[in-house]
Design a protein around this ligand. Structure first.
Ligand code: FES
Length: 141
């Protein structure tokens, strides 16, 4: 039986690592390890905008305390940051295709919007202010 394919919206918002694999990869079977993306490490507290794919979500390690931020990029400089930590009890989230999953108690969040998909978390991921300056994305504050 064929694995289910992702919707166009979901396919466009794949994790950065998966988005680079091409559009057809959205229909790849999960048992090939498709879609799991390790956080991208920022250098000197920033990441080049060129390293943040358009129409995708990218989990970034900015370093420091609470280092993980989910960057959701649309076209151009359309960029939103969300906390990479579960709103239930603060565990660091893992990106799995179009979701962020919490390894502690199983909450899941939409990697495009930060919305809760499955509890026990009841609160969406808060936005984290990010700025683009000189082609670099940095967490503000
Ligand atoms: S800390 Fe994430 S579900 Fe409990």
């Amino acid at each position: 039986m064929e694995p289910p394919c992702l919707s166009r919206r979901r396919a466009l918002l794949l994790p950065a690592a998966a988005a680079g694999a091409g559009g057809l990869a959205a229909c790849a079977p999960e048992d090939e390890g498709f879609g799991t993306a390790a956080p991208v490490r920022a250098e000197d507290g920033g990441i080049s905008l060129e390293d943040v794919p358009e129409n995708a979500s990218t989990l970034v390690n900015f370093g420091g305390q609470q280092p993980f931020v989910l960057l959701v990029r649309g076209e151009g400089e359309d960029l939103t940051g969300y906390s990479g930590y579960c709103t239930h009890n603060g565990c660091a989230l893992r990106q799995e295709e179009t979701e962020l999953d919490c390894p502690c108690h199983g909450s899941r969040f939409d990697a495009a919007t930060g919305e809760v998909l499955v509890g026990p978390a009841t609160t969406h991921l808060p936005e984290v202010p990010v700025v683009i300056a000189d082609g670099m994305v940095r967490r503000e504050g």
